[in-house]
Structure formats: structure tokens, C-alpha cells
Design a protein around this ligand. Sequence first.
Ligand SMILES: Nc1ncnc2c1ncn2[C@@H]1O[C@H](COP(=O)(O)OP(=O)(O)O)[C@@H](O)[C@H]1O
Ligand SMILES: [Mg+2]
Length: 270
Amino acid sequence: MTTPTAAAVSLDGTTVAFRLAGGRTYTAVETAQLSVADGEFVAIVGPTGCGKSTLLNVAAGLLKPAAGSVRIFGQPLAGLNHDAGYLFQADALFPWKTALENVAIGLEVAGSARADAAAKAQQWLASVGLGAFGNRYPHMLSGGQRKRVGLAQVLIRNPRIILMDEPFGPLDAQTRQIMGNLLLDLWSADRKAVLFVTHDLEEAIALADRVVIMSAGPASRIIGDWRVTLPRPRDIFEVRMKHEFHELHREIWQTLKTEVEKTYKQAGAV
Ligand SMILES: Nc1ncnc2c1ncn2[C@@H]1O[C@H](COP(=O)(O)OP(=O)(O)O)[C@@H](O)[C@H]1O
Ligand SMILES: [Mg+2]
């Protein structure tokens, strides 16, 4: 049973530690406090290696925290989070299946008849602008097109929560913006809770309702949480020109910059 008013994702004092060789442990994330409301778009930003993917994996039920709790719509998470769809940075398409088959497979695995799954997959391909590309195999698609297939693959399952881990990271700057607008279009039609990880602060502000900042690791903490009040619908090309965008960017960057510098110093890069 889910509680209607409960947050979609709620982390409370969540600490994540990895066991290393020789019996040592590495604390990646320490006592994270984070709540994502139903229908809310939250971006997590932090320097590389700080624990963004780790936190997302905890919300997905792929990693069990060493301490603290994870609740999904009010219920403690045990095992995989079946309310969540997950879009990774790397393509997760089957190379031997066509775009249509890649999108349909989630429904087939869940027990839908093949013809129904194919019909729905065709609709979702059309929604991501690939209605005419269903017969192509992944290697016959551009990076941006493969991301569109990945998005359709997640959305066709109608998850209540969408977890995205630097999904547009490998794309060129223009394609990233086009994908950002597509994501916002699809999201605003049927608002799901979104947890979107990125190292790109501009992308985070342009997309999200809230931007959460993590500190440099180890034992990374959530050190800031800003509300983005830029009006929707947003065009992410245009929103970047707004005064409010620049003010917020400047403010958040004050916090993020210190953490990015710490990370580079640790790595001996500066
Ligand atoms: N399975 C693991 N075993 C040991 N350390 C890990 C493991 N996974 C991640 N880490 C470490 O935890 C930290 C956070 O990793 P990650 O969440 O991938 O960072 P981010 O996504 O912010 O770049 C990094 O220092 C990384 O090396
Ligand atoms: Mg990562």
C-alpha cells in the first residue's frame, strides 16, 4: 500500500559504504537527507566521483545503504524499486533488436501480448520523434536517436518515478538541449517524480524544480537545496537567457565551485 501524500522518494540519514580489499570500507555518501515529491523534478549536481550515481542506485534499490532509510511512496524499499524506470548514461539497448523491439521488450517481459506491445512501442517511438525509425537497429541510429529510444523504453513502462543518471552526458551540446526539451515536453504531459543526476549545473537549473548539491567525496553530503521558480513550460534554449537563471546560477555556483576545486585538488590536477 502507498500513502497518497508520501514523497515519491525519501532518503533519511542514508549512508552508503563500499567494502574495499583488505577489509577496509569507503564511505561514499554520508547521512543524505532528500525528499522528492510526487510529480517533482529534482536534479542532483556534484563534482565527479562525489556519489551521485551511488545515491541514484540506492533509490533504484540496486545498492543497500549501510545506515538510514529509503522510502518509496512512504514504504520502506526492500529489493529493487519496481516503481522506478532507470535511464543510464551509457546506452542500454539490445544491439540485435530493432528500435521498435527494444521499446516493446519491457512490456513483453511484463506479460503483454506481442502485438499490443508492438503497437504501444510504435506510439512511444512517435512521441520521441522516431516514428519512422522502428526498423532500425541501434548501430543505424545516431547517439541522440539512441537516447530517444532509451527514453521511450523507460516511459512505455509508465513508471511512477524516473531515475536518470547523466542521460545526455555523451551527446553534443545542441543535441543535449534538444533532448532536454523533449524530456520536459514528455514530463509535463504526465508529471512523474524525476531524480536527474548531472554534473552540469546549467542543465540542472534549466530542467528542474529543485537543484540539490552534493559535496566532494569521500563521505559526500547534501550541502544545498535550491528551488527553481522559473516558469513552465520552459524552453531550455531560452531559459538560459533569463536574468533569474543567471542569478540562481551564480548563487549555486558559489557552493558548487568549492566542491569542484576540492575534487581537483584531491586528484592532484591543480
Ligand atoms: N562498487 C564500488 N566499490 C568501491 N567504491 C565505489 C564503488 N562504486 C563507487 N565507488 C566510489 O564511490 C564514490 C562515488 O561514486 P559515484 O557514485 O559513481 O560518483 P559520481 O556518480 O558522483 O561520479 C567514488 O569515489 C567511487 O570511486
Ligand atoms: Mg556517476
